[in-house]
Design a protein around this ligand. Sequence first.
Ligand SMILES: Nc1ncnc2c1ncn2[C@@H]1O[C@H](COP(=O)(O)OP(=O)(O)OP(=O)(O)O)[C@@H](O)[C@H]1O
Length: 266
Amino acid sequence: MDQCAKQHAIRAVNLTKRYGTARSGEVTAVDGISFTVAAGSVTGLLGGNGAGKTTTISMLLGLLLPTSGTVEVLGVDMVRHRHAALPRMNFSSPYVELPHRLTVRENLTVYGHLYGLRGVKRRVEELAEHLELTRFLERPSGGLSAGQKTRVALAKALLNRPELLLLDEPTASLDPDTADWIRTYLERYRLESGATILLASHNMLEVERMCDDVLMMRQGRIVDRGSPAGLLARYGRTSLEDVFLDIARDRAGAENVSREAADAAE
Ligand SMILES: Nc1ncnc2c1ncn2[C@@H]1O[C@H](COP(=O)(O)OP(=O)(O)OP(=O)(O)O)[C@@H](O)[C@H]1O
């Protein structure tokens, strides 16, 4: 593995995705973005609805082929060799449901086998204990509450002890107490495993709390990046929510701020 791959868990260069639709023609969902994600960091991927976050994550997972550009994950070219990286990464989203009729144990066991894990039974029980799911193991997954489903989705995502965890809105629709529990759990996982986390979120308090670095997307482009504290200082704001609104509404010439920041970093 080269030095760059050790420092960067993700490296995207000029990554572009265009969807072709019969009705409305082409949509450029991701428009030539270049970025790196430092190994061991928690990096936030922010942007309004339709900014291109899910499309970016799908390309990082190798689920979608880029129209152009390159994407390396854990030093592996995801277009050509994604099977070399997939066992070392995982993904969780509250919008992806596990089969409803299977019990929690059955679902996690199926995934454990799909990932080629050894000792699946023990790993499922260990994660159920960590995520306080033991008493739900024999329940059908479809009958769980949103918070319980989120914990099951997280257990699925941690089965293979991923070095890179891609999380799409991990606490969407959870009550503050459950959301806090999930964040604390993820922070502990990062500390103990040294894993890298890329977190797409609309919750600015979550991002301020968890992220070392933030990528701001608008209309398929990365219009700014920095630490939460760095962004607050640059935009002269006291909350990331206000920075987000400045960028989403293109107030204060967000792209100019971004360009100045990029120039300063060179
Ligand atoms: N399969 C598809 N076909 C056509 N257009 C698509 C497809 N998937 C996404 N898009 C479009 O691409 C753009 C980016 O969508 P994407 O889902 O990546 O955004 P997002 O930042 O994840 O949004 P949200 O926060 O609402 O989930 C949007 O304009 C969306 O309508």
